[in-house]
Design a protein around this ligand. Structure first.
Ligand SMILES: Cc1cc2nc3c(=O)[nH]c(=O)nc-3n(C[C@H](O)[C@H](O)[C@H](O)COP(=O)(O)OP(=O)(O)OC[C@H]3O[C@@H](n4cnc5c(N)ncnc54)[C@H](O)[C@@H]3O)c2cc1C
Length: 279
């Protein structure tokens, strides 16, 4: 286990799998996992506190996790797999996750995943449960057949890893416009893809609702150049629940077929000044 700060808002956590099982499959797209982190009693021991996991097969894990004592069982969050590296000789497998570190008005890190990511040390333990992908299956995307029409990806900071991984998974000959909204200019980074990918980073203004800046940016681009979002395009929006619904509505208003539009709600901003996670 090792971590590094990536830009202003992310901690990249590299987990070495040591359960003796098969390596994690490198599925690309928005491949995601359940991340189990120790229930911390305080920031100082957020990484090294005991890791209390549900035992047994993956099927039924949630019911068994619910039966564990609430004050000691691991916290669970959904996270995108940024990268998987498997050594073909040894089978040793490393998994990268990019976790947003959310902070409250006082600057303190809120949420178990963020507290864990900022406190974890080499040797500390976490649990991963592989889940699969959503975007490619919903939209019929392929890693070998180029897209027949442009793909537009819209994401806030929580959706950035999924949008980047989706862009990287596209084969040559595909075209994608990717609008990524982040809290800070330092969060922008390069995206590599064999496809023709145009990435636009948009920095959210303080106090602005999540997702509004990205959608506003897309609207302006499309007004100036309607060919960026033709009626046969696909659109994927990842992030805050209301924002991704707004993006879906915009896509449908431009004539996109519902089957080519995918809203992936990751978390819920239920009213200004009060946020809660949907995952
Ligand atoms: C399929 C899927 C994949 C995901 N992939 C990633 C990923 O790769 N990286 C990642 O960072 N997150 C990802 N998320 C979101 C993630 O599940 C958690 O919401 C996030 O890690 C916050 O966990 P936490 O324990 O730090 O904070 P929480 O306890 O969940 O929340 C703490 C505070 O932060 C607020 N908050 C939570 N999420 C956000 C947000 N996105 N923006 C602003 N405020 C927020 C909460 O409302 C709350 O006020 C994904 C979600 C899903 C459903």
């Amino acid at each position: 286990m090792r971590t590094s700060r990536v830009g202003h808002s992310y901690v990249r956590v590299v987990l070495a799998l040591d359960d003796g099982g098969p390596p994690l499959a490198d599925r690309g797209w928005d491949s995601w996992v359940r991340l189990f982190v120790p229930r911390a009693v305080g920031d100082a021991d957020a990484g090294s506190a005991p890791l209390v996991l549900p035992r047994g097969p993956a099927t039924g894990w949630y019911a068994r996790w619910r039966e564990l004592p609430e004050d000691t069982r691991a916290d669970v969050r959904n996270e995108t797999v940024r990268a998987v590296r498997t050594d073909p000789a040894t089978g040793a497998c490393e998994v990268d996750l990019d976790l947003v570190v959310h902070t409250g008005p006082d600057g303190a890190v809120t949420g178990p995943a963020g507290r864990w990511a900022t406190a974890v040390r080499p040797g500390d333990r976490a649990g991963l449960l592989e889940q699969g992908t959503i975007i490619d299956e919903a939209l019929g995307l392929s890693r070998s057949a180029p897209l027949d029409a442009p793909l537009v990806l819209l994401a806030d900071e929580a959706g950035v890893p999924a949008a980047e991984s989706t862009a990287r998974s596209l084969p040559a000959g595909s075209r994608a416009l990717v609008v990524l909204e982040v809290p800070h200019a330092d969060d922008a980074r390069a995206t590599c893809s064999a496809a023709d990918v145009d990435v636009r980073w948009v920095v959210r203004a303080p106090g602005e609702a999540s997702g509004a800046a990205a959608l506003g940016h897309l609207r302006r681009l499309v007004e100036a150049d309607p060919s960026l979002l033709p009626a046969d395009a696909r659109l994927v929006a990842v992030g805050e629940t209301g924002a991704v619904a707004g993006a879906r509505h915009f896509a449908l208003s431009r004539g996109l077929q519902p089957g080519r539009v995918r809203a992936c709600p990751y978390w819920l901003l239920d009213r200004p000044g009060k946020r809660r996670s949907a995952s």
